[in-house]
Design a protein around this ligand. Structure first.
Ligand code: S3P
Length: 178
């Protein structure tokens, strides 16, 4: 079983993934990290060289490979970059190997978290809009897709990280096939 974490930049995936993995007693991986390790380039460099389309291609290939290499009877928490689920092949793979958890937060919370992170986590601009407008614009397109793919969703601005992880675990345990 792979537990996929999806959601916009700043939704809490990187914070929640290790906590969730600890509670599920399994490893966790971050797709952006794997991309950087396998290409030897930062996400910003890949965007500069190959554009968003090139990045999405690499991202989708990395996700397929992680899924293929993962033994079906072992658990894994896999944190996807905020736009990964927009790729049709990634959506198919997630639907097949899920469950898929959508971490949500209101726009102003996402914006504050991204701004606070700006020095530690350099993120390429995805539009030429100002940062807040970019979030509004992209969420309008992405939220219906996140909602459609998600088996479970939680507003990460309403709880602390431990509580978010606990609630996801509780949801996972409701069905022991997960
Ligand atoms: C992106 C989100 C980033 C990273 C890349 C593109 C996006 O991941 O994959 O910068 O399109 O929203 P995080 O959501 O982990 O920041």
């Amino acid at each position: 079983m792979i537990v996929f974490l999806i959601g916009f930049r700043g939704s809490g995936k990187t914070t929640i993934a290790p906590l969730l993995a600890e509670r599920l007693d399994c490893p966790w991986l971050d797709v952006d990290e794997i991309i950087q390790q396998t290409t030897g380039q930062s996400i910003v460099e890949i965007f500069e060289e190959a554009g968003e389309a090139g990045f999405r291609q690499v991202e989708s290939e990395v996700i397929q490979r992680v899924i293929q290499d993962h033994p079906a009877d072992a658990r894994l928490v896999l944190s996807l970059g905020g736009g990964a689920i927009m790729h049709p092949q990634t959506r198919e793979a997630v639907a097949e190997h899920g469950p898929c958890i959508w971490l949500r937060a209101p726009v102003h919370v996402l914006w504050e978290r991204i701004e606070d992170d700006r020095d530690n986590v350099p993120r390429p601009a995805l539009t030429d809009l100002d940062p807040l407008e970019e979030i509004h614009r992209l969420l309008a397109v992405r939220e219906p897709v996140y909602a459609d793919c998600a088996d479970y969703d939680i507003d990460t601005s309403q709880f602390n990280a431990q509580q978010v992880a606990d609630q996801i675990v509780q949801w996972c345990k409701q069905d022991d096939t997960r």
